[in-house]
Design a protein around this ligand. Structure first.
Ligand code: ADP
Ligand code: MG
Length: 578
């Protein structure tokens, strides 16, 4: 074995023999896995050492959910599955949250969990950490495998990889049972089990008829627009998207994680004209996005005569909420190649005033937005916009920093304020709009890319993953965490109901000193109360390339309930304060 430090010697008395754990580590290495995120304990502790022994980086976390968020983020950024390793029962469940989230968001990842002997679980014998993990995971993932024999491990890993990245990417589960992990095999026999799967991602081209239909509709458009989703960012076909937009002068509207695929402040960016695009376009080319809740399900506000062209790898995504005039089902790169090829042979009919009117609207809206941020500069105590007035220019000047962002108002306002100019540089709560993805995602982004990361977090959002800031510190990652502390969920001014001395349900702690949490783990920390202090702290933090934590003191009244999506809150039947 290659584990040179020999902390956990592999079958010391029988060097010609190996265990299932060793085969697992070799299988992961063999398929090109470079990082495993996880949290060890029974029955996978030695497997963690074996993984390290193979020269794979083992990033040990404090909570499995965060390890899973890191794996998912690596998947999104690299198109290779991120790997999460968890212990049985609760560890498995904690990690499964992230794996389910990856499936929902179409990020490729593989959760490998230690599991009790299924013959004992099935007989309900009350074995250690007993849980039918395989069947628990199944409905939440793209594919699930259970290894009861060590001989099956290389096949499970290879097939999990293929399932995670092929078609619509997603989360895959491997139930790695204790008998399989502990099974002893002759080294020679074990090595023979390893194989390198061929063609793990096999792009499928759309059919020619669908391309012709799409091109006919695009060419007929008077007011065309392109909607870019995170599937477009994931596909890494940046040059083809640029060509479609620039050669045919089509304005684009990016979804949150597609920001930067084309520059947010580019001449054809319609970021400031979202409503106009929805109401006035006659053809919208949906590229790797879903017409779900974030896009009003493609109805209501949208032009009722709109013709949607939709490029997606998943046939079942077509017609989900609104009939799609021209579906182009297949790999994004091949679909764009075919469309670009065919478009060069047709005549476009776009109205030239469409782009100029959008540009005029964007200019006006952007000026208003700039004035709003400018006007917030002097607020004391700071509000979200005051803090963003300091952060915006710094992040926009450091284009290659990956921005991780979660919260309610912190998410919405940061997304609106900070222009992105490079693809796959913004990672956020995504489709489920969940809290608790921040620190794990920041770690995954830093590990997978080697780039610097800034995570802008609401104080409540940070609470879900804060302890894993210690992981940032132990692995000395170039991650700066910026916490907007307004003392609560949405804000810190909630009034408790009568007859209680407890805080209101939304109230956290406006006086919490999150910077001291950073001190505990040896980070470079700051507590700031003005935009000038925040500018200085963020500039220094980024330059240091070290783990840094900035506690940004806001006023407790900054921010509103549910941020921009308050309309989703059910209205109370009566005034809740009586
Ligand atoms: P957003 O939230 O940005 O709208 P979604 O996650 O809702 O993005 O949609 C992403 C879409 O992209 C999914 O429907 C998914 O099937 C699709 N997709 C992901 N990867 C590819 C790919 N390589 N080729 C084509 N479509 C893809
Ligand atoms: Mg808050």
């Amino acid at each position: 074995m290659t584990n040179s430090n020999n902390k956990i010697p592999q079958a010391p008395h029988f060097p010609e023999q190996v265990t299932g754990m060793y085969i697992l580590a070799r299988a992961l290495k063999n398929i090109g896995i470079e990082n495993v995120y996880g949290l060890v304990g029974i029955p996978i502790t030695e497997a963690g050492y074996m993984v390290q022994g193979q020269g794979i980086r083992f990033v040990g976390f404090r909570h499995e959910q965060q390890a899973g968020m890191a794996a998912a983020t690596e998947g999104f950024l690299t198109k290779k599955p991120g790997v999460l390793m968890t212990v049985s029962s609760l560890g498995f469940m904690n990690g499964l949250t992230a794996t389910a989230n990856a499936t929902v968001n179409c990020y490729p990842m593989i959760q490998i969990s230690g599991a009790s002997d299924p013959t004992m679980v099935d007989m309900n014998m009350g074995t250690y950490e007993q849980l039918d993990q395989f069947n628990t995971a199944k409905p939440l993932v793209k594919a699930a495998f259970r290894c009861s024999k060590a001989e099956d491990i290389p096949s499970a890993v290879g097939r999990a990889y293929r399932a995670a990245v092929s078609g619509r990417p997603g989360g895959v589960y491997i139930d790695m049972t204790t008998p399989a992990l502990g099974q002893i095999l002759n080294r020679e026999d074990a090595e023979k089990l390893l194989y390198t799967p061929v063609d793990v991602y096999s792009p499928v081209a759309p059919n020619q008829q669908s391309v012709e239909r799409a091109v006919e509709i695009i060419a007929s458009a008077k007011r065309p627009a392109i909607l870019l989703g995170k599937g477009a960012a994931y596909a890494q076909v940046d040059g083809k998207i640029k060509e479609l937009i620039e050669k045919y002068n089509i304005p684009y509207l990016p979804m949150s994680m597609a920001k930067g695929l084309m520059p947010d402040d580019g001449p054809l960016s319609a970021l400031a004209c979202r409503s106009t695009i929805m109401e006035k376009s006659d053809v919208v080319i949906v590229i790797g996005a879903r017409l779900n809740w974030m896009l009003s399900f493609g109805k209501g506000k949208w032009n009722p005569d709109m013709k949607f062209v939709q490029l997606d790898v998943e046939p079942q995504e077509i017609d989900v909420n609104v009939p799609i005039a021209a579906p182009v089902v297949g790999d994004m790169g091949l679909a764009l190649d075919a469309i670009l090829d065919k478009l060069s042979t047709v005549k476009m009919s776009a109205d030239p005033s469409w782009v100029t009117s959008l540009q005029a609207e964007a200019k006006e809206k952007n000026a208003k937005f700039a004035a709003r941020i400018d006007g917030a500069k002097t607020a004391s105590p700071m509000n979200h916009w005051t803090a963003l007035s300091a952060i915006k220019p710094i992040l926009e000047a450091n284009k290659d920093i990956i921005l991780v962002n979660e919260g309610a108002n912190t998410l919405d306002d940061t997304r609106d304020a900070v222009n992105m100019s490079l693809p796959r540089h913004r990672i956020d709560c995504a489709t489920w709009a969940i809290m608790g993805m921040g620190i794990g995602s920041a770690i995954g982004a830093a590990v997978a890319t080697g780039k610097s990361v800034v995570a802008v977090e609401g104080d409540s959002a940070f609470g879900f993953s804060g302890m894993d800031f210690s992981t940032v510190c132990r692995f000395r990652l170039p991650v700066t965490v910026v916490i907007f502390n307004n003392g609560g969920i949405y804000n810190g001014v909630g009034v408790p109901m009568d007859k209680t001395n407890d805080p209101a349900p939304t109230t956290l702690d406006i006086n919490a000193r999150y910077d001291k949490l950073g001190d505990a783990f040896g980070a470079q920390t700051y507590y700031v109360t003005t935009p000038e202090e925040l500018s200085k702290a963020l500039t220094e933090s980024i330059a240091s390339k070290k783990p840094c934590l900035i506690d940004v003191q806001l006023g407790a009244d900054s921010g509103k309930e549910s941020g921009h999506i308050g309309y989703l809150n059910p209205a109370p039947l009566q005034d809740i304060t009586v």
